[in-house]
Design a protein around this ligand. Structure first.
Ligand SMILES: [Zn+2]
Ligand SMILES: [Zn+2]
Length: 120
């Protein structure tokens, strides 16, 4: 089960939702799938992306992520034409200056627009 899910995620060029995974890997138990993804997340194998579409999406992590920290702080791109979300591993999230006494725990950046495939 875990290998199946990992293998599937590794083949994706875009981030996928739990529903996408369910539909592509039938028959699959949703609860088991959910637990598997959660374990992957905790071990730094996948990261979760909230692109505002309502469903969390997941993508495989870069090799240097581990259970203590996700190191792939990259920008995600949501295409409003094809409704897909892509990891942009070479585009890093810029540091943001916070007011005094504000402590950042996570940084996320979603850029919305038209992806490379759709602008062609
Ligand atoms: Zn697109
Ligand atoms: Zn990503």
């Amino acid at each position: 089960m875990r290998l199946l899910v990992l293998d599937f995620l590794e083949k994706q060029s875009k981030a996928v939702s739990l529903t996408d995974m369910e539909l592509s890997m039938e028959p699959l138990d949703r609860v088991t799938l959910f637990r598997t993804i959660k374990t992957f997340e905790e071990h730094g194998l996948v990261h979760r992306i909230e692109d505002g579409s309502g469903a969390s999406k997941f993508a495989i992590c870069a090799a240097d992520c581990d259970s203590t920290q996700h190191h792939d702080l990259h920008v995600h791109f949501y295409c409003s034409h094809c409704n897909e979300t892509y990891c942009l591993p070479k585009t890093h999230i810029p540091e943001v200056e916070l007011p005094a006494n504000y402590v950042a725990l996570e940084r996320e950046l979603i850029v919305k627009g038209i992806c490379a495939a759709c602008t062609k």
